[in-house]
Write a protein that binds this ligand. Structure first.
Ligand SMILES: Cc1ncc(COP(=O)(O)O)c(C=O)c1O
Length: 461
């Protein structure tokens, strides 16, 4: 990853291009505008989740096939959003469609175990090298249950997370994420800040944040928590951060975290809701060769159906096996979701599929970096497996603080508009990354690079 000197970007030019592109997108999405007027009468904010909101209106989708999606105005775009990284299989994959159709005929829900759930657990066991598995229905449920298991196993209440990481929307983890920067405190002693309303302060205070890519700071914080009489049950972290663009772990960081958590008797939970099944068959656990005590999965696991999983060591699952922790849920291991997951794992996300995704990723990263270098843009292309992004920052982003200080938000917003107007469907928001699928062609990747090249040329004209 090479970083060139910061170009003197013309802020007035960014504002002018943003206005032009915004107008263009508004004019080409009248169907979404009309749908928004209708939707907002019943759906709060016109959307099913706050992360689908957008001003002046969201772009409503109608269908998807392979690497493509179509909006309600009939505009076809190449999908790099892929449901926040849930669809590395591509849309409506025939193998998953067949499996779900078969299951529909056989009954969709019993709240009783089926053979597909056994198969999926066996396959995850093989991929992640962890012996015990349970299912849930989302990433939120996965991290919530993983934390409960860690608390039960250790008899401790405090938990540690990485500052700026998102782990779902339950109270334990809606802490120290996208918060007012001036309130976060110093990196040795971050303040536990609630992310949005409705989260009890008493719950937030049990969650202590530390900076990413700094094992020494983590160790010092854990030691202080011991001294304060509130030792942590677990460290919950993404092994590669996927919600500030993409931040890779520096060499030796994960190994150091593994070593210190083991030594201090703190469970290590890798939240692989985004990385799992997307950056390798066995996620970051396989890719970086560091095995946590517990791993959490969701998103890509269900091939488009809602499911999630928790895997762990025999010791971590002891309280679950003994029935001391109630790891429960009516829809856990839902037969439709398990049928889709089985087809995805056995027929779609195969070793050949990961090879193909790696090749596409390489092409996309190289193409984007070439644009950056030719135009001396302040930024770099970074990614792993199916995930990647262009980070608009003159310096490498290694944690939340370097992200906040260096990130060019206006440029990220403009890049999104350029993409949407050039048939590239990307995640809204400044902090998200692309997800490639088995259906993406070389031409799809080149189209992304061409749109980015146009932006760079217009910016530096
Ligand atoms: C790393 C991580 N963990 C957990 C979650 C929560 O998953 P869900 O939205 O399925 O509840 C997300 C969602 O984006 C995530 O990125």
């Amino acid at each position: 990853m090479s970083i060139r000197a910061t170009a003197e970007l013309d802020r007035a030019r960014i504002a002018e291009l943003t206005e032009r592109e915004q107008r263009r997108l508004d004019e080409s999405t009248p169907g979404s505008s009309a749908m928004f007027e209708r939707a907002r009468q019943a759906l709060a904010g016109g959307v099913a989740s706050a992360y689908q909101e957008r001003q002046p209106w969201p772009i409503y989708l109608e269908r998807g096939k392979g690497s493509r999606v179509w909006d309600v105005d009939g505009v076809e775009r190449i999908d790099f959003h892929n449901a926040f990284g849930s669809m590395p299989q591509g849309h409506a994959h025939p193998a998953i469609t067949r499996a779900v159709e078969r299951r529909l005929e056989l009954g969709t829900h019993f709240a009783a175990p089926t053979e597909d759930a056994v198969f999926v657990a066996e396959e995850l066991q093989r991929r992640f090298g962890l012996p015990r598995w349970r299912f849930v229905n989302s990433g939120t449920e996965a991290t919530m249950d993983a934390i409960r298991i860690a608390r039960a196993q250790t008899g401790r209440d405090t938990i540690i997370k990485i500052f700026g990481s998102y782990h779902g929307h339950h109270d334990y983890v809606m802490v120290s994420i996208g918060v007012p920067y001036e309130q976060i405190g110093d990196r040795e002693n971050y303040v536990s800040l609630r992310y949005g309303g409705g989260i009890p302060e008493a719950v937030a205070d049990l969650t202590v944040a530390v900076p990413f890519n700094d094992a020494d700071a983590m160790e010092r914080r854990i030691e202080r928590l011991f001294e304060e009489g509130r030792p942590p049950a677990c460290v919950l972290m993404e092994p590669a951060m996927m919600n500030l663009g993409v931040i890779l772990p520096e060499p030796g960081y994960l190994e150091a975290v593994r070593e210190l958590t083991k030594r201090l008797g703190v469970l290590l939970i890798f939240d692989e809701v985004k990385t799992g099944l997307c950056i390798a068959a066995g996620g970051a656990t396989e890719r970086f060769g560091v095995t946590p005590d517990i791993v959490t999965l969701a998103k890509a696991l269900g091939g488009g159906l809602a499911t999630g999983a928790i895997g762990g060591t025999d010791e971590a699952f002891e309280t679950v096996e003994k029935g001391e922790v109630y790891q429960v849920g009516t829809f856990n291991g839902n037969p439709l979701a398990m049928a889709a997951a089985r087809a995805s794992l056995s027929e779609v996300l195969t070793p050949e599929a990961y090879e193909l995704i790696e090749a596409r990723e390489d092409r996309l990263l190289r193409g984007c970096q070439d644009v950056i270098d030719r135009h001396s843009l302040p930024g770099y292309a970074v990614g792993l497996g199916a995930k990647g992004c262009v980070t608009f920052s003159p310096e490498p982003v290694v944690d939340y603080e370097s992200f906040k200080v260096n990130q060019d938000g206006a440029l990220a917003d403009l890049a999104w508009l350029y993409n949407m107007n050039r048939r590239i469907y990307m995640t809204p928001g400044r902090e998200e990354e692309w997800t490639l699928t088995v259906a993406h062609s070389e031409e799809d990747c080149d189209a992304f690079v061409a749109a980015f090249d146009e932006l760079a040329a217009d910016l530096t004209a």
